[in-house]
Design a protein around this ligand. Structure first.
Ligand code: SF4
Length: 394
């Protein structure tokens, strides 16, 4: 029997965690001590992958998927509590992107979905599942669906995609005249598709460059190195290297001049943001420890503020109406926000009924401080000579 998406085993040097173990090799073994807690978001992503796979198999006539089997599996997905109409729209965007690539070839390319890829020649015991592989002409395409809506992932130099490409190249390189690698990370909920195109030689050189790091990671050796990649590390709450990075903040207390410089402000803010994330991780960890009966000196778990709930909403409201309470005071009638309406109507109908007739306007948001890496253009309150005096600025 084929393992479902949720049941698939994970390699110690998994491709999805490669950005972490490449930056901090001993983290791979350290993570083994911690349980893999699958969040609801991950479960939702798994379901979206199952739906996307089903749609691609149907559209490309892959495998023995007849109409009856398709409808049966689709019904199962639709009856899942995490399924939503939105999921259908988002997986359609991914499917459209893949079909766009497939149909760009005059001769039908080779396509496979949910393919187990072995990249152990580069990272010991490394394997993973590629969402979609297309081989057309001299190009090997690796396409990955990411259903999360939290973090935009860049395809530039992305180690997960490159490891999959290395594995696929090893498997198909003998059969197809591949000279170019194209990878794409599709994040439909963020309306983001990030791509990279490199030559086979570049890919192979990168593969050779990471081999010694992967060996070290496999043996649990190398230097701990804290950074942005800690965010997805199972050891992140109690890792000493990470804690030392934040505790180094104290060094700013010894800055000599009475006023800190603007560059120090930038650096302190950068570290403080990461520190706030770490504190949240520590709180979660400490709460779990307290609930498990372990002592975290100075802290304890208590019951949070409760809230009153109707035992039976219908029965409660009927009792109120029977007692003569006006129904109008029992309900609040509020218009949906623009964002909520777009969700209810779907993008196309929203555009047609509200945006095109000019019934929606976009108000500028409040100025917000974000890291320089943010994609939005910078704004400034400084008025230019042109804005102040009008006319041409010469
Ligand atoms: S938390 Fe960061 S520094 Fe610590 S093991 Fe994980 S990746 Fe390495």
């Amino acid at each position: 029997m084929v393992a479902t998406h949720a049941e698939r085993p994970h390699a110690l040097l998994s491709a999805s965690a490669a950005h972490r173990w490449l930056a901090c090799p001993p983290s791979a073994r350290l993570c083994e001590q911690f349980p893999d807690t699958t969040s609801e978001y991950a479960a939702e992503g798994t379901l979206a992958h199952e739906l996307a796979e089903l749609k691609l198999r149907k559209a490309l006539k892959l495998g023995n998927l007849n109409a009856r089997e398709f409808n049966k599996r689709r019904k199962e997905i639709e009856s899942h509590p995490l399924y939503s109409a939105e999921m259908d729209t988002y997986t359609d965007s991914y499917v459209d992107y893949v079909l766009g690539i497939v149909h760009s070839y005059r001769v039908p390319p080779y396509v496979t979905v949910e393919k187990q890829i072995d990249y152990s020649a580069y990272a010991p015991e490394g394997f993973g599942t590629g969402d979609c592989i297309v081989i057309g002409g001299e190009t090997l395409h690796i396409i990955d669906l990411k259903y999360g809506k939290g973090v935009r992932v860049s395809g530039e130099g992305n180690p997960q995609m490159r490891l999959y490409a290395l594995g696929a190249l090893q498997e198909y390189g003998f059969l197809y005249p591949i000279t170019e690698i194209h990878t794409a990370i599709v994040q439909p909920r963020l309306e983001s598709i990030s791509e990279e195109t490199i030559s086979v030689d570049e890919l192979l050189a990168w593969g050779e460059s990471i081999k010694p790091i992967a060996e070290m990671a496999y043996r649990g050796e190398g230097e701990f190195n804290a950074g942005e990649h800690c965010r997805f590390c199972r050891a992140k709450s109690v890792c000493r290297a990470r804690s030392e990075q934040y505790l180094a903040l104290e060094a700013f207390g010894q800055a000599k001049p009475p006023l800190i410089t603007d560059s120090e402000v930038g650096e302190i803010l950068r570290r403080a943001k990461a520190l706030a994330e770490w504190v949240t991780d520590l709180e979660e960890y400490a709460l779990q420890q307290c609930l498990a009966g372990n002592q975290i000196p100075g802290w304890k778990a208590v019951e949070g503020r409760g809230s009153r709930q109707y035992v039976d909403l219908d029965a409660a409201f009927k009792a109120l109406i029977d007692a003569g309470i006006d129904e109008a005071v029992l309900y609040e009638r509020k218009p949906l926000t623009v964002a909520q309406l777009e969700k209810v109507l779907g993008k196309a109908q929203y555009r047609q009924l509200l945006e095109e007739p000019g019934l929606v306007r976009k108000e500028p948001g409040k100025p917000t401080l974000v890291p320089e890496s943010d994609k939005r253009p910078a704004i400034t309150a400084k008025i230019t000579a042109q804005e102040a005096f009008g006319g041409d600025e010469r």
